[in-house]
Design a protein around this ligand. Structure first.
Ligand code: ARG
Length: 459
């Protein structure tokens, strides 16, 4: 039989496969709270403007609350034949309250309805991402405080470069996640305008009050162009783009945790809660959560590309293609939240190994730059020449299979006669980091100042 919502001109119902490809209720049921909030705002506005009676509006309001509680308790009879959440809710409302239910859709279309529902949902995800990122920043800050002055190797090309502090390294991620938060906040501010009242695409001849519904739903104002209101999904794309960048940061941190927890590095030990064993190798402690974060990030990037691809060829305004916006965004948001929660737990629970960090900091001739700087400062050598002299000293140490501080003064002087004994002061890793006091540098004094600033900001 023909569709009860739009089947007036149809004699027959859809093919089963048509119904399967068309239905979104399998996933857009998640929009039920937003759909009902949007309908409540719309109904109240219809009454306030005299488009429907106050009595009908009240009956609709109560019916919608019943529908919501049925959905929350799992008693709601979802139907694939009714395609999507919007028609499922309305059909159930009609079962519950009868004729007034048919008045709810006055001056509205599923096109502005879905646009407003989805915006509300994505807006909420921006808030959740912000909160989750704040928790992760606090966990990282806790690590930074615990080891503000612990020395570790800083890397470029994953080759030992210069000594840095553990606190400095943790704070680098605090900064990245702060920018992620501001990206979600920017996206949220831009998406916070209401498409409700755009109706199908052209607006409506009913005397609706779009400011009223916008305000009731927490939007700053109604969108100014009805075509734009139903046609664009850039708000979801901004969320996915912000999520992708955040996910990229998470993945880099996850990668570092995998490397750092290996037997070759031993920089960190994951807690039992965040490690897994092997069914054959009894000694194993695997960083599965970090690996899964690293892997799941691909789904978030994928969702971003998928929705860009869905949207790029669509003539204005709505096309059914746009129904494909939701599953991707839901999956990306779910996995982002899961990755953030797992990362926060891992970081909060892990223990940095101060001894291993320090031992590694002294390898790889990590204070060679300090030596070159000393030659410039104390002997007045041009930096390029100092670089060359230091290179020769590194080669000498390599030949003697020792580290730079293990060379004797005589050996040093065989490379450059003016080198004095006080050069050894700059070859220690603690001295090296302590000397990097430039703003934003790795010196413990700088790191402690940054920690204090972040503590205040994150409180
Ligand atoms: N389920 C649809 C979606 O998610 C709702 C909008 C349907 N509008 C329409 N004109 N068929 O996009």
């Amino acid at each position: 039989s023909a569709n009860s919502m739009w089947g007036g001109r149809f004699a027959a119902g859809p093919d089963a496969i048509m119904e399967a490809i068309n239905a979104s209720i399998g996933y857009d049921r998640r929009l039920a709270p937003q759909d009902i909030a949007g309908s409540r705002a719309h109904a109240a506005m219809l009454a306030a403007t005299g488009i429907i009676s106050d009595n009908d509006a009240e009956v609709i309001r109560e019916g919608l609350l019943t529908v919501l509680s049925e959905i929350e308790t799992g008693d709601f009879p979802f139907s694939t034949a009714l395609e999507d959440i919007h028609m499922n809710v309305e059909a159930r409302l009609r079962d519950l309250i009868g004729e007034p239910a048919g008045r709810l859709h006055t001056a509205r279309s599923r096109n502005d309805q879905v646009a407003v529902d989805f915006r509300l949902w994505v807006r909420d995800q921006c808030d959740q991402a912000d909160e989750a990122l704040g928790a992760l920043q606090k966990a990282l800050l806790g690590q930074a405080e615990a080891g503000a002055d612990w020395v570790m190797p800083g890397f470029t090309h994953l080759q030992v470069a210069q000594p840095v502090t553990w606190g400095h390294h943790m704070l680098a991620y605090v900064e990245m996640f702060a920018r992620d938060r501001s990206r979600f906040a920017d996206a949220r501010a831009r998406m916070n305008t209401s498409p409700l009242g755009a109706a199908a695409l052209a607006g409506t001849s009913f005397p609706i009050d779009r400011d009223m519904t916008a305000q009731a739903l927490g939007f700053d104002r109604p969108m100014s162009n009805s075509l734009d209101g139903v046609a664009d999904r850039d708000f979801a794309l901004e969320f996915l783009a912000s999520a992708s960048i955040c996910a990229m940061h998470l993945s880099r941190l996850a990668e570092e945790l995998v490397i750092w927890s290996s037997a070759q590095f031993r920089f960190v030990k994951m807690s039992d809660k965040w490690s897994t064993g092997s069914s054959i190798m009894p000694q194993k402690r695997n960083p599965d959560a970090a690996e899964l974060i690293r892997a799941k990030i691909g789904r978030i990037f994928g969702a971003n590309v998928a929705l860009m691809t869905v949207m790029k060829g669509l003539p204005l305004t709505y096309s059914k293609d746009m129904q494909e916006d939701k599953e991707q965004t839901f999956d990306a948001a779910d996995n982002l939240m899961l990755a953030l929660a797992a990362m926060t737990g891992m970081v909060a629970d892990m223990t940095a190994n101060r001894e291993s960090l320090k031992a590694a900091a002294a390898t790889g001739f990590s204070t060679a730059t300090d030596l070159a700087d000393w030659l410039v400062r104390e002997l007045g050598l041009p930096f390029r020449e100092a670089h060359h002299v230091t290179g020769s000293l590194v080669a000498l140490a390599e030949e003697k299979t020792c580290d730079l501080p293990d060379l004797s003064l005589a050996q040093m002087q065989s490379v450059h006669a003016d080198i004095r004994a006080d050069v050894f002061d700059v070859l220690g890793v603690e001295n090296s980091v302590a000397s990097r006091t430039s703003f934003g540098g790795t010196a413990p004094s700088q790191v402690r100042a940054q920690i204090a600033t972040w503590k205040e900001k994150l409180e």
